[in-house]
Write a protein that binds this ligand. Structure first.
Ligand code: AHR
Length: 514
């Protein structure tokens, strides 16, 4: 049972952020393509900007990712003709540095997004991290802030969110280190950075995924060093429907947002444990700043740029079932929004992305749609729902242990936001039942909704269906029969579907799924 009094959290829209890495065709041929008739005077793809503005993506993390751990931000600022081309080692590509921090900030301003930057703590130093903050945020009168002004950016960029490196627990990472080493470097970096700008929010690099043997112990140990110096810790994970992860079972796959939920709970518990050990009053928040489906374009060839500029890397094509699961992830993030303040769908364009760009225009992949709904409709407060639903069993049976558990999975997965000021509530529902329509009964306590604002679903007969430049509308939202507004409303959810129901409301609601 729930009602409007059962407010779980106030939603921070940064929960629905994204990520842009110098990787493959994300930057070059993605956001930046000078000379293209589709680009504006700054060389930025206008059609992509329009899409991102239309989505209203609140925050975008940059410049990596694995890329950042070998990046010298100084290579990417100043007159373009003086910027060096370098061998980019994370993805074995050529980085021309024609797009750098100032271009990214300009892109963010035009896209209406807030920038979130990542330090290179792999091959670079705490001193250069502090210099980067000074370059971006200093008012002037210092070496680095004056350099920015010389480069044509008089006013500080005022970047608030900074990540203390990327995935340094991973053996693949340039500058990979032990938790003890990272903890120490994170402290030293945080101290220097806060001298330059005490107003920043600093995010420690938590475990890269749940599979590494150090998952959890890395987080605990780094926080024992840096807890007092940081504001948040990052979580990353990528999911897929493979023999190893799910037994290639769509029913198991559609339950993977519960793995995300478990990871959030585990890392939150570790934070709180360290907090208690240290007798600290500050409570860290979480940044799930890389998450997505990524498993097809993940072969060694997909990750090797062969020394090229803008090679085709990680160009994952998303199908219907991926879109349904992305809806599930968004539900989880909403339900966990009391603790997870920032989330970044990795990434924004061309590289494991909801949007693809080619010389003709932009394609909305299947996963664009649930993401667009969260951005468009979720606002105000997240309401705690007690959903009753039938369940189905999933088995661990030889699957990768960090994901597989024996469990009973509810067919219905729901999240509800309530915006008192707008007088609107939005319900987001994943029906994991692959074969049957399911009825969801909404029983409102107090005043009933007065009007249905919209009722749409993403579904279809073929879970493998994808959108392509030739056939861009195979998987798009469809209108769904809306229940009549009232104190008891029955929503009929198609099998294998993700649905949004918008309602004009005056008060809270209980609901029961069957
Ligand atoms: O997003 C692709 C890669 O995945 C990022 O570079 C890295 O941080 C993660 O492992």
């Amino acid at each position: 049972m729930i009602d409007r009094e059962r407010v779980h959290s106030v939603l921070d829209r940064r929960l629905f952020g994204s990520f842009l890495e110098h990787l493959g065709r994300a930057v070059y041929e993605g956001v930046y393509q000078p000379g293209s008739p589709l680009s504006n005077k700054d060389g930025l793809r206008s059609d992509l900007l329009e899409e991102v503005r239309g989505l209203a993506v609140p925050i975008v993390r940059y410049p990596g990712g694995n890329f950042v751990s070998g990046y010298n931000w100084l290579d990417g600022v100043g007159p373009r003709e003086l910027r060096p081309s370098v061998h980019e080692k994370a993805w074995n590509s050529t980085e021309t540095n024609q797009f750098g921090t100032n271009e990214f900030i300009r892109w963010c301003r035009q896209a209406g997004s807030e920038p979130m930057l990542v330090f290179n703590l792999g091959t670079n130093t705490p001193e250069m991290a502090a210099a980067y903050v000074d370059y971006c945020n200093g008012e002037g009168g210092t070496r680095w802030s004056d350099l920015r002004r010389e480069h044509g950016y008089e006013r500080p960029h005022k970047v608030r969110y900074w990540c203390l490196g990327n995935e340094l627990d991973g053996p693949w990472q340039m500058g990979h280190m032990s938790a003890r080493e990272y903890g120490r470097i994170a402290v030293e970096t945080a101290k220097l950075v806060r001298e330059v700008d005490p107003g920043v929010q600093l995010i420690a690099a938590g475990s890269s995924n749940t599979e590494l043997p150090s998952f959890g112990s890395w987080d605990r140990e780094i926080l024992q060093h840096c807890y007092e110096h940081v504001d948040a810790i990052s979580l990353h994970n990528y999911y897929g429907n493979t023999a190893e992860l799910t037994g290639a079972s769509s029913a198991r796959y559609l339950a993977m947002n519960l793995d995300m939920q478990r990871q959030i709970h585990e890392i939150a518990s570790i934070c709180d444990e360290v907090r208690a050990d240290r007798g600290c009053s500050k409570r860290l928040w979480l940044a799930f700043d890389e998450w997505n489906v990524w498993y097809r374009a993940r072969t060694p060839a997909d990750m090797d740029g062969q020394g090229r500029v803008a090679p085709h890397l990680l160009e994952e094509e998303y199908n219907l079932e991926d879109a349904l699961l992305v809806g599930g992830f968004l539900n989880t993030l909403m339900r966990e929004s009391g603790r997870v303040r920032i989330g970044c769908l990795a990434q924004i364009v061309n590289v494991i992305a909801p949007l693809m760009a080619n010389d003709q225009g932009i394609l909305r992949q299947t996963t664009y749609y649930p993401y667009a709904w969260a951005l468009k409709y979720a606002s105000g407060q997240v309401i705690d729902l007690a959903v009753e639903s039938d369940t189905y069993p999933i088995k661990a049976d030889g699957l990768r242990p960090d994901f597989a558990r024996d469990a009973q999975v509810p067919y219905i997965d729901a999240a509800l936001t309530m915006d008192e000021q707008r007088g609107e509530a939005y319900l987001f529902v994943l029906n994991r039942d692959l074969n049957n329509e399911r009825e969801l009964v909404l029983e409102w306590q107090g005043p009933a909704p007065t009007r249905v604002l919209n009722c749409e679903t993403i579904t279809g007969p073929d879970l493998q269906a994808i959108n392509t430049f030739d056939q861009p509308r195979r998987v798009i939202p469809q209108a769904l029969d809306a229940p009549a507004p009232g104190s008891s409303m029955t929503l009929k959810l198609p099998p294998a579907s993700y649905t949004v129901l918008g309602l004009a409301v005056r008060s809270g609601t209980p609901m029961r799924g069957t």
